[in-house]
Write a protein that binds this ligand. Structure first.
Ligand code: HAM
Length: 446
């Protein structure tokens, strides 16, 4: 029997599970601070749901099969189609704007590489029912705020923002029609991952002339929004979209987040359903794959469920984020919660009263453990320290006769004799002085 997990799938031993729980708690906190509420959907959906709009790259990565009832089904590779299906199914009954978040586990048959596995957890935040750029800016603010709550700053990360209709209008101005535009979007999505010659060749294979492909590539030379505005001032769509982007950047500027966001025409996003502003978050040094990505997808609900509702959102995976936190040494020093008390039995005859005491303390809300079989006192203390217990409660025959136990603080090594009520009081005080929150992140930074 092979004891390793499948390629691209992870085991979460307690330490990794604690890191995952930490990431989830920060994600949840950020979403709730921005007024988002939790939802979830099924991990298995019809394959048809993704065929409609996810795009060729993702379709090639589906974990799909026929179930025992003969249905074509797929383990969800992303959350957005499920969200669109769920919201469309309730139609008009949901108050707008809808602000929902979710943390699904997703499955994609990708080539396993740094930052990309075959399963990952993805924080999804979406706003539905709001057409203006205030919603796009709100979402990016949440995204940045969330990453900052892990201790990352504008020196670590940046959000690269573009606009699909703007790029389409620029291509139109270069004489490139719908089919050619699709080829450009697909090729440009790999701009940072593939050599320029290959991207050029892919565009030519997609129907562009070599000259057109060269002109298209020159659009991605890092030019600013204002350069584009003056160069293409004859196109109304270009001017309209630049206005929308200016509003978007203006809102983030007012929120004090301008240093995190930059216009970058080269961001197009691989998924086919985006219709407006799109963005991706990268580390500044460019060492990792995208940390997060998202954008506006105003037609997806109509395509999937016949319900016309503007929508936008982002997904942030746990894999690249985890790698970045490791590289920047931003994990809190202590993530595993220790015990409040470990009960140490000096004489096995006291096992029954010890069980009663354990139950009493646990039902008062303390985390308590003890040896399940007879063990010497030394081993019991060793177990207490392995479980990072703050206290040992020692039940010895002499003290017990007097209605007392020894309470040993395992950090200071102080020891006192107390009655059972005394234990509760001491443990409560210790709880107050040891907040369950991790220490401030800045303390752990080099
Ligand atoms: P996506 O760009 O495909 O977008 O994924 C979003 C993020 O999920 C990526 O930036 C990355 O952090 C993580 N991710 C994706 N694939 C993998 C993988 N194989 N292994 C590890 N991490 C991965 C979406 O999925 C959109 N549905 C996001 C969205 C929500 N758009 C609107 N609302």
């Amino acid at each position: 029997m092979d004891l390793v997990s499948l390629p691209g799938f992870r085991d979460f031993f307690p330490e990794e599970a604690a890191r995952r729980a930490y990431i989830f708690s920060k994600w949840r906190d950020a979403a709730e601070r921005y007024g988002f509420v939790l939802y979830d959907g099924p991990p298995l959906e019809t394959t048809e749901l993704y065929r409609r709009k996810s795009g060729d790259e993702l379709i090639g990565q589906l974990y799909c099969f026929e179930d025992k009832g003969g249905r074509e089904v797929t383990l969800r590779p992303e959350m957005t189609p499920s969200l669109a299906r769920m919201v469309a199914s309730r139609g008009t009954s949901l108050p707008k704007p809808i602000k929902w978040f979710s943390i699904p586990q997703l499955f994609r048959y990708e080539r396993q590489q740094r930052g990309r596995l075959r399963e990952h957890f993805q924080f999804n935040c979406d706003i539905l029912g709001e057409a203006g750029p205030a919603a796009d800016a709100e979402l990016v603010a949440l995204l940045v705020d969330c990453l900052c709550s892990f201790g990352l700053t504008e020196k670590d990360i940046w959000v690269r923002v573009s606009d699909r209709p703007l790029l389409a209008a620029l291509l139109e101005a270069l004489g490139i029609k719908a089919d050619g535009q699709k080829a450009v979007f697909q090729a440009v999505d790999k701009l940072t991952r593939e050599p320029t010659e290959k991207i050029h060749a892919n565009m030519v294979a997609g129907g562009l002339t070599a000259e057109q492909a060269t002109k298209v590539l020159s659009l991605f030379d890092g030019r600013k929004l204002m350069d584009i505005a003056s160069e293409f001032d004859g196109s109304k769509t270009v001017c309209d979209r630049i206005l929308v982007l200016q509003q978007f950047f203006g809102i983030l500027d007012a929120m004090g987040l301008a240093s995190y966001v930059e216009f970058d025409l080269g961001i197009v996003r691989g998924l086919a359903y985006y219709t407006g502003i799109v963005f991706e978050v990268f580390d500044r040094k460019g060492e990792f794959r995208a940390i997060s990505g998202g954008g506006r997808y105003d037609n997806l609900l109509k395509t999937i469920g016949g319900f016309d509702l503007p929508a936008l959102g982002f997904g942030m995976g746990d894999v690249v984020l985890g790698e970045l936190l490791t590289e920047r040494k931003l994990w809190p020093a202590k993530l595993m919660k220790g015990l409040d008390a470990y009960l140490v039995l000096v004489d096995e005859k006291l096992r029954l009263p010890m069980l009663a005491l354990a139950h009493q303390l646990r039902s008062t809300g303390f985390s308590v453990d003890y040896g399940l079989s007879e063990t010497n006192v030394g081993k019991q203390f060793k177990a207490a320290s392995q479980k990072e217990s703050r206290f040992a409660v020692v039940l010895g025959p002499d003290e017990w006769k007097r209605g007392m136990v020894k309470l040993k603080n395992l950090m200071t090594r102080d020891e006192i004799e107390v009655g059972v009520e005394g234990i509760v009081k001491r443990l409560q005080e210790s709880r107050l002085s040891h907040s369950t929150m991790p220490e401030p992140i800045s303390q752990h930074r080099d």
